[in-house]
Design a protein around this ligand. Sequence first.
Ligand code: ADP
Ligand code: MG
Length: 842
Amino acid sequence: MTNPKKAFLTQGLTTEQALKLQEQFGRNELTPQKKQSFIRKVLHTISEPMFLLLLVAAAIYFFLGEPRDGAIMLIFVVGVISIDIVQEWKTDQTLNALKDLSAPHVQVIRDGRLQTIESANLVPGDLMMIAEGVKIPADGVILDANDLCVDESSLTGEAEGVWKVTVGKSEPSSDYWRKDACYAGTLVTQGSAAVQVDKIGAATEYGKIGANVASAPESPTPLQKQTGSLVKTCSIIAVVLFALVCIFTYFDLPDHTFSARIIESILSGITLAMAMIPEEFPVILTVFLSMGAWRLAKRQSLVRKLPSVETLGAVSVLCVDKTGTITMNQMSVQDVWAPAGDTDTLIETMGLACETNAYDPMEKAMIAYCEEKGVGTDHLFGGTLITEYAFTNELKMMGHVWRHDGEILIAAKGSPERILTICTLSDEERKQAENKILELSSQGLRVIAVGIGKPAGEDTIPAAITDCKLTLCGLVGLADPPRESVKEDISRCTKAGIRVVMITGDNGITASSIAKQIGMPNSDRIITGDELNGMSDEELCRRVRDVSIFSRVIPEHKMRIVRAFKENGEIVAMTGDGVNDAPALKYADIGIAMGKRGSEVSREAADLILMDDNFSTIVDTIRDGRRIYDNIRKAVGYVFTIHIPIAFSALLAPFLGISPACLFLLPLHVVLLELIIDPTCSIVLERQPAERNIMERKPRDPNEKILTRGILLKSVMQGFVIFATSFGTYFTFLQQNSENASLARTMGLSILMIANLFLVLVNSSNRDFIFQSIHRLAKDKVMWAILFGTIAGLLLILYSPLNSILKLAPLTIGQFFLVIGISAVSVLWYEAVKGIRSIRRT
Ligand code: ADP
Ligand code: MG
């Protein structure tokens, strides 16, 4: 006879069944994903002030006499809007892809196979496997519990963990919260279980309370706030200038008809306003941050919260776990020592003290060592396990009580400090052991002490490990070598003004020895968990200024460590993998969870998930954070620069008494320029590689404004020179031949367009010269595409019939080269500034 429950426990649902059930019950989500419709998106984009202006300008042209101009303008406006919409669509896609990558996952058995699926794809009836560290994604009945303890405080408010039982194994109870069921939103703190899902999504108890359903609206990031106010300021100035220019133009044209005066004045006002509203800023932010996050994800580092990308560049303290992040987490037994030379008993007892299905790298190493010495698992775990003393972070030791080869054995192992307190030793033996501990740990080995006890009968087995009286079998020294790249990474961090702080549960001497091996500064100063307990917060703040190693800490200490650093004004990144690390990860400026080793809970609390658990990846991520921030700055500076010539020509024309038909830039041309400016920003500047000295400067001051005085000065200077050359050329040509305004305008406009290309190359680096930048970017196809695209576009509007429609005139070869020459001069002067700076630096 087949047992249906047993069959289900090995088979689970089939994929087909799961799909059908999903059709019926939907996805396992509290709030279904909303999709913004395409039309909505378009409307949203068009409703921005900039586009409204553009549309008004087009409409004025259209209805007031010049429909052809209006039509062309409209085509350009559609072009600009399309660029915007495509960009927004791309950002959305990127962000969704990122979200999918970091979505919570769960293990299920389907088609008779253990597999990992997205929690959202869980269906009622699924067989889900939960274990320590998992945040339970659905309600279900426990079919098979194994030491399962669950923290249900998010539902019941009860802080104490609840021990769960297999269904049918407990007395039926009238409690609302059942012991043989588990609930979505609660945490597994210990053990494991197989669970049959019965409720998902909003039908779960968690969904019913509506907890978290109204997820917090995304609040603007610090950068968004800054640019928001920047945009506001610029817009206010734009409105004032708009009014001024309108009025001035109106009085400037006394010989025109009333309606012509009105139209011309509005048009010149709009030209100015278009040039002044920095609508690019918000676009730059979202595009740069999301593209940045995407690039990071491709390199093993998953950003869960977009603002973290900006914070990354400001990180000044990096707190990392030693085991697994700094070291390889590949342990091996290097040395064993027994007081009386009886290493056989030591090795066997060590094996008996390990879990029968070891998953901890340290225990795996111990079992492997036993096997190497001829003590196989068959022999070790052949007896019956009577009871066990579980490992806790506070006790730092554990033990098993076996009935083995006819006798009862207590086998215990753990940190030597703790094991020695439960061993009976003479003073001399103790001294001897302590010397050996010191000797092993100064080699950077993790030292584990092993003790044995032989109670007379089952009734004399102590209830707690701390009540045992054991004989010391000896010590085991385990090596966990540092990752190869760590030494270099530490020196990279030191150069970049980032302090690396090591946090470990190991003993101080081991930690200090590892710290020395990897070249951490101040490797001899240590704060232990016990010292930490006795310290006030103020004292801790003082001590963390020069101590970078924390030993024998428990996860709860991490919170205090982060707080102390933050009090000192540092921007803290902190790694963590356990359930108890979650609060510290949330509190740190950048919480980093481990993708491989970490628990689901820690991943959910983190800002960043490290897919390869590798320290080097953290450092690379910080470097990229700095690069992205740099590029945002460069782009914002660029937008300022390039708008100055446009705005000033619009402002100046009426004052110089230039007639409306002869203006340098008509609204049409401003839109044309926008068509070039947008992609330059969001494509070209976004992909700029990092400055060569990016990891040789101090972390950025988090309070520093995105537009520093330096950047503003640079932009204004560059902008004015370009204005002077383009407008100057236009004006000179106009003076010479006031009949041929198109030629004058073409000269000026071409200078603007070509200067734009030079500008990007010059500003691509703050210190490298343009030829170095070109060399660096030579392999980048996109850069070439933009370069040639702009030139081809320019040639097209100059030499095709389009020119008359756009009110432009073809240039002679001589004039064309003159334009190139003037553009080059108008931008390349900045290379001299770089030159002077680099001389001063040396
Ligand atoms: P880390 O933070 O470096 O990973 P842990 O918190 O895992 O350190 O371990 C801290 C200490 O607890 C270890 O140095 C060791 O003394 C003890 N310990 C850890 N795991 C075990 C185990 N499975 N059995 C006995 N002792 C252990
Ligand atoms: Mg550990």
